[in-house]
Ligand binder design. Sequence first.
Ligand code: NDP
Ligand code: MG
Length: 386
Amino acid sequence: MNNTNKRTIAILGSTGSIGTQTLQVVEEHPDLFEVYAITAGSNVERLIEQAHKFNPEAVVIADESKYETLKEALADKPIKIYAGYDSICQIVKASPIDIVVTAMVGFSGLRPTIEAIKAGKAIALANKETLVVAGEYITQLAIEHKVPLLPVDSEHSAIFQCLAGETNNGIEKIILTASGGPFRTMSMEQLEHVTKKEALRHPNWSMGAKITIDSASMMNKGFEVIEAKWLFGLNADKIDVVVHPQSVIHSMVQFADGAVKAQLGTPDMRLPIMYALSYPTRLASSFDRLDFEIVKELTFEKPDTERFPNLRLAYEALAMGGNMPCVVNAANEVCVAAFLADKIKFTDMSRLIERAMQSANYTLTPTIEDYFDTDADVRKMVENWI
Ligand code: NDP
Ligand code: MG
């Protein structure tokens, strides 16, 4: 912590869904948090707005063509301005930063997270793709540099909260809840014809486009199983998924004595974000409270991997290990982009991902370079198929 006793944070992907909600958390507790750096991909207008409001030390835009616009708009402020992806990987190392919120989307989150860990920064991890792609490498690196990986994902935050005070108590299993997404009750035949507009309408959560599609296809839950393995050091047979359409229980832990602990709440990402930033302290919040007169019932269903094969594919990739989850992630990113561009059908995504798993070069003991090569190769391969 720096000498003001505030936690100084860098937000990677400040213009996105998690990024903007992180800034709302800062606004809840301006006495406790200070924004050192914010970064975006290409949304320069929102980045400028945020810079005016939060007065960070530095802003970074990945899209270099937006550099001049950013510089001009902030000319009257003492803010350091950078452009390019490499600058995001650099800024995370700045010495005043205590904690880096990784809220970039997809594989792009990996390199800056590695740099932040190497620089000894605590990680508030939203970018689950980082752990899907390179979970073993990242968790080892975090241990080596003695930095905590604090979960932001609501399910993992729920588990993390359930585990508070349970240091030496055996976990029998964890149970990740899944809303089931907008297509939960649809038949295989109906799934063939769903549109991107329908897929982007999540019943409970408002999120960025990529994760919203991942939620509709259940790939998000598959990724969360892999994320849970690395965050909590559990084998796949100790990670269950249950469909819980109300999204009130955010996840559960079953202990050796059979007791099950759950964390409940409204579907509001600001709570898990705030918990990651203030851990181990719980801070007061103005967020909506759960109203049990409105909730009324909590229901549960078994996930259907016939209609939603992505969950099965993710478990298979996890069982194979090595670079296979990286293969799945790369294929999925290409598929989601193609679906959002109306180039493929919703159900084509799982087919292409499975084909990528069969066709990619598999290695059981990848180096960090292998992950970058796998990502690039699989993208090229799947793009060619499309
Ligand atoms: P959004 O798409 O809303 O935001 C993504 C952010 O990353 C934006 O600031 C975007 O900039 C930036 N970005 C995208 N690509 C690049 C790139 N190549 N280089 C630099 N910056 C980039 O995503 P979400 O906030 O929904 O999700 C962020 C991460 O958090 C994902 O990994 C997701 O899985 C995870 N997550 C999200 C949850 C949610 O509720 N939204 C819940 C749990 C996890 P720009 O705006 O300029 O495009
Ligand atoms: Mg989640």
